[in-house]
Write a new protein. Sequence first.
Length: 442
Amino acid sequence: MTTTPHARPAPPAPTLADRLAVGALLGVQDLSLRALALAGDPVARWSLGSPRTDVYALYERIRRRGPVVRSRTGVHALTSAELCEQVLRDPTFGVRPAGHADGAGDRTDPVARIALPPTVTGSFLEMDPPDHTRLRRTVAPAFRPRVVRERAPRLEALLHGLVDRIEDRARRGEHFDVMADLAAPFPIAVISDLLGVPEADAARFRAIGNTVGQALDGVRTLRQVDRLRTAGLELEELFARLLDERAAEPRDDVLSVVAAARAAGTATGREALETAGLLLVAGFETTVNLIGNGIAALAAHPQWWERLVAEPDLAPRVVEETLRFDPSVQATSRIAHADTTLAGTALPAGSTVLVLTAAANRDPAAHPRPAVFDPLRTGEPDHLTFSSGIHFCLGTPLARLEGEIAFRVLAQRLPRLRLLPGARRRAGAVIRGYATLPATAR
């Protein structure tokens, strides 16, 4: 295959000096955030990602400070639905600093250089046009709504298999965990099937995906650096093997599409690995928490669970309200590529804007009674959970279908499902979900 300027070498093995530098950097970053949080900076407190923090109360504190809030962490935070969507759609703002294309900026970050192999660091999610456009086009056809809907019977079969096991346990009087027994294995089975990962690799795939998915919330400790690097390199080895197999014998799966793009020269070998890694993490981590957060919301509002049991076709509305009310992805960021002004605030080129999409989803100017969980809200789905503009989530149709099937099948087959004491939120600011959700279906 022809080598292009887009290729990026794998990160070198870390030296002792590298590890010491990263450990010191992570320690300083953590202490700085904690100091700023203690001093009253709400963005710093949010960034710590404590599972004990009431993030929605924190968003209201930020909202009361004005439309554009300058944090001492160095970012400008937005909570307005209007401003968040404006920034996400404005080509003045990109995902990388101007002039840093195709991961060039990662080479200057010691944490990324050591911890994040190409299957994690690159991907078109972290690129601006034209590279973002080129790579997104390679896999976009596999995620068109019509194509995704054709997979619904396969998805339902996968979920029914999981529910069969839960029902068996319920008959024996055993409890189960919504996250471990349902919310996690269902999306990983779906994305494994969609990508074309053999069943023999599925357990390995899930373990690696769990570790890599945690990187969406940033790297906090040297132990996490080690785990992430190991998992990322193992994932790269897995995808490299599977892509070579698909190049030799194409199948009806997304890895075959990526392998074909590599062979055609529209994606380099490195970009093919990065794209496969993105599809894994984006297709797994966020949908896990959509299901978990939705079940928790329904348990906290039992009238809606009862309504869903009586009317399973309400499931799509439950999906949309969960996405608005308590989304898996709470925020994204953009960098100003030129001097600009936002709601009267001057932003020099290079300024980082924290787009708090979960806060925008509860903006009272856009959503009446924003703190109320109401699947029958009037109007079309109107939230920013899947972002907006050119980075609107490619997997939106698949995530919606998985959520719809999950809520409908659970209401039909486990109508007595209820949560038990012991639910525990996972740590993290960007990704919001549960570590455990004990339940019974007796």
